[in-house]
Design a protein around this ligand. Structure first.
Ligand code: FAD
Length: 465
């Protein structure tokens, strides 16, 4: 493919020679693997892909793209539904080879390069019986998750992922390395805690660690779809009464062909609870006992297990290369009518891979002021995620329509806020203010200071003033 703005081949060769990592062009081995992401609905073709091996490579990429007026995109774990990690015709920085992780025992923090997946960080921190606040699927990238907010099983105790961020290393539009923390460049640090990839290329994150694991009590339990109303009531009660160490996620979907579910259930509707108790094993076993004894489950693998095993549990349900379309809203509670609608739309699911999910979030994040960082939304108790997932382009319309109509019906219960990291491409233009709320204006100030030319624009973009 020709680069839109013609760049002399000798200039490209010169750039290639400055990199430690590979520079790929269409047709090169690895090019298609690098440009394809989790969501197969996204099919963009960068003119150049730089597989960076270090900070110097990232600096060289930023300088090259800027000097040659190329659109730049940044790929972390490639898990974002909107697919903005990949650009057409420009330069894509592929961070996936920068996956170093260093635990600092003395400061109780972990430093992780920005190409890490969540599992990379958990694996190293669990050696010390510690964990950072990360998400539910181990092959999600830390970069996109952190820059957009981030939540997981530890959020009820410790807040958004960004509430647990200690420092960041970033490359600016003019190719400089900067550090950001509460003490150094605090305005930039504020913006990076939820403002997305708007300000530069992050090369390293430092997170606070918490004592978790190496074993916890957790797993998944499922009942027949016909029991959904009772399971939702159980989820509502647990959400109101459970201590912050216990996090529950409820979902309705067709049963996957998982070995822990009987064959005759596969493909039939189920209501399931994902559970994690991150405190002591004894207390966890006591608290999950009534869940395990509830009704007549068709499968139950809630048990004492390594925290890492729980973090990997959902990976197989979210493979790279399927077609995905999501809708999401924050809710401030569990209105009985909302739960009724949730059940109703769960029963209309069109694909064996789709699900409708409520993630419990209430706790630590509600105790912090809304303007602490751009991720905001401190009034949220739970997040709705309508996840349509299917194989073939012919089924696009049917599955997208299911997700859209469920969302249209359920958004009446929304706080008005939505999770930046769950926005689809079509929402990027019109829902950013919902995601950031009153913090948006301050983000514009920071963008104007750090990237006045909007060089970093292939993202959930905040135009500078
Ligand atoms: C299966 C699945 C499970 C998920 N589970 C959770 C969950 O439990 N909790 C949660 O909070 N979210 C979850 N998410 C949402 C997830 O947080 C976002 O999709 C996030 O953007 C993924 O990050 P990534 O690095 O993998 O994505 P990418 O698509 O690689 O990147 C997303 C965007 O982040 C920016 N970016 C990436 N790297 C950099 C960098 N180094 N510097 C600057 N900007 C950068 C770019 O703008 C890029 O377009 C999940 C998503 C999926 C697909």
């Amino acid at each position: 493919m020709a680069i839109k703005k013609e760049i002399d081949q000798s200039v490209i060769d010169g750039f290639k020679a400055t990199l430690r990592g590979d520079l790929l062009t269409p047709g090169d081995p690895g090019y298609d693997d690098s440009r394809t992401i989790w969501n197969a609905m996204i099919d963009r073709k960068p003119a150049l892909i730089a597989r960076c091996l270090g900070v110097a490579d990232v600096v060289a990429c930023v300088n090259f793209a800027r000097d040659n007026e190329l659109l730049l995109s940044i790929k972390g774990g490639g898990h974002n539904i909107s697919g903005l990690a990949v650009c057409d015709d420009g330069l894509m920085i592929d961070m996936s080879l920068m996956r170093g992780v260093w635990v600092d025992h003395k400061t109780n923090t972990v430093h992780a390069q920005a190409g890490c997946l969540l599992g990379d960080v958990d694996r190293e921190t669990q050696l010390y019986g510690k964990a950072a606040v990360l998400g539910f699927v181990s092959n999600t990238g830390i970069a996109g998750l952190t820059l957009g907010g981030g939540f997981g099983y530890l959020t009820r105790r410790f807040g958004w992922t960004t509430d647990n961020l200690v420092s960041i290393e970033m490359i600016t539009a003019d190719g400089h390395i900067v550090q950001a923390s509460e003490k150094e460049n605090p305005d930039l640090f504020w913006g990076l805690r939820g403002g997305g990839g708007n300000f530069g290329v992050v090369t390293k994150f430092e997170y606070k660690l918490h004592p978790v694991g190496p074993e916890i009590v957790g797993g998944v339990i499922a009942w027949k779809g016909e029991d959904a109303a009772d399971v939702l009531e159980l989820y509502r009660t647990l959400s109101e009464q459970a201590p912050p160490e216990l996090t529950c996620v409820v979902l309705l979907r067709p049963a996957p062909p998982a070995p822990w579910l009987p064959k005759e259930i596969h493909g039939k509707p189920i209501a399931a609870l994902l559970v994690c108790y991150s405190g002591t094993i004894e207390e966890g076993e006591k608290l999950v006992a009534p869940i395990k004894a509830f009704g007549s489950p068709v499968g139950d693998i809630i048990q004492r297990r390594p925290y890492i095993a729980l973090q990997n549990l959902l990976d197989g349900t979210q493979p790279k290369g399927r077609r995905y379309y999501w809708k999401s809203e924050y809710f401030s509670g569990h209105d009985p009518l909302m739960l009724k609608k949730f059940e109703e739309h769960g029963s209309y699911i069109k694909s064996p891979h789709s699900a409708i999910i409520l993630f419990q979030l209430d706790g630590a994040l509600n105790k912090i002021p809304d303007d602490h960082s751009p991720v905001g939304n401190r009034n949220t108790k739970t997040v709705l995620n309508i996840t349509a997932s299917w194989e073939s382009p012919e089924d696009d319309q049917e599955n997208i329509e299911w997700a859209r109509s469920a969302w249209q019906d359920m958004r009446q219960f929304s706080t008005g806020g939505t999770y930046l990291n769950f926005l689809t491409e079509e929402e990027v233009g019109n829902r950013l203010q919902d995601a950031w709320g009153k913090n948006y204006d301050r983000l514009v100030e920071i963008k104007t200071k750090w990237d006045p030319e909007n060089f970093f624009r292939m993202n959930k973009n905040i135009p500078p003033r």
